[in-house]
Design a protein around this ligand. Structure first.
Ligand code: CP
Length: 318
């Protein structure tokens, strides 16, 4: 079975069956990781391009490793040393990659909607690797996979997202995915960093972290994104640490078998204490490992629609 869509732009557009399809497809890919040869020929002959306009360690490397394990040819573009710095616009850069027969383009951009613009203008498949404050769908999917792997279900679990919900694309993708999968979602953070009307997405809002933690099965701690703060929305660092840092004492309010997650990169000593980050409850490194399996699944499931026009041209010419 394949995804009946060309692009992965956000979890908002996916229905529960599509999410389940991706999570199920990831499982056999993960089982490859313990083998000495971790490679399969699934995407042999396909070209995957990583086009990152913002810094990344996990997502870019994870997509590169995922595509290589599927035997695709992978090209990474550092926009700082590309013709982007000469003023080339996004669509022209995308069309250039398409002219080189890129089947799948993975894009991270500071502007919400940039992947959708490429999706509308190119035949190549587009995967959103994070766009502005909008979504980071593969992070949301790998978080769902990790919860399912550890808790054996998502339906009915109480999941808390803590921190800067306003600027977090990870939070948006998590909320869409968790709600569609039947979890009860809570968010907690300073009032200035919780978007107005977020209750309409089906989440419960808390400003008191200890209250929010009571009885939760999973807590996902978000990175404080100092680079995206504006208009003095962020309280003082001292106040944030005092009220919202996840410490061992605070975590005791959650269920004893609570799962601690963080999308990375972590600011140790700010949103999370080292005591919590390095505790047995933390599955932060497992999230990274699962990310490769989930991205292999996404690349595989989109590959049927990838490079549609190239395939049609080849068929016409043969
Ligand atoms: N979680 C995440 O997106 O990390 P990177 O910014 O390192 O890709």
């Amino acid at each position: 079975m394949q995804l009946q869509r060309k692009d992965l732009l956000g979890i908002e557009q996916l229905d529960r069956k599509e999410i389940e399809l991706i999570l199920e497809a990831a499982r056999p890919f993960k089982s490859l990781f313990t083998r000495s040869i971790k490679k399969v020929p699934t995407l042999r002959g396909k070209t995957v391009v990583n086009l990152f306009y913002e810094p990344s360690t996990r997502t870019r490397l994870s997509f590169e490793i995922a595509a290589k394990r599927l035997s695709a040819d992978v090209v990474n573009i550092a926009t700082s040393s590309s013709s982007v710095v000469k003023g080339e616009n996004l669509i022209d850069t995308g069309k250039t990659l398409e002219a080189m027969k890129a089947d799948i383009i993975i894009i991270r951009h500071n502007l919400a909607g940039a992947p959708a613009v490429l999706g509308r203008n190119l035949h190549s498949s587009i995967i959103n690797a994070g766009d502005g404050f909008h979504e980071h769908p593969t992070q949301g999917l790998l978080d769902l996979y990790t919860i399912l792997d550890k808790k054996k279900k998502i339906e009915g679990l109480k999941v808390l997202l803590v921190g800067d919900i306003l600027h977090s694309r990870v939070a948006k993708s998590n909320i869409w995915g968790l709600i569609k999968m039947g979890a009860q979602v809570r968010v907690a953070g300073p009032p200035t960093l919780i978007p107005a009307g977020i209750e309409n997405m089906g989440v419960k809002v808390f400003y008191d972290l200890n209250e929010a933690l009571k009885g939760v099965d999973v807590v996902n701690i978000l990175r404080i994104q100092m680079e995206r703060q504006q208009d003095n929305l962020f309280p003082s660092m001292h106040e944030y640490i005092e009220l919202y840092q996840m410490t061992g004492d605070r975590l005791k309010y959650a269920k004893p078998d609570v799962l601690v997650m963080h999308p990375g990169p972590m600011n140790r000593g700010i949103e999370i204490s080292s005591e919590v980050a390095d505790s047995p409850a933390a599955v932060i490194n497992e999230q990274v490992t699962n990310g490769i399996a989930v991205r292999m699944a996404v690349l595989y499931l989109l590959s049927a629609k990838a490079g549609g026009e190239h395939k049609q041209k080849i068929a016409r010419n043969s």
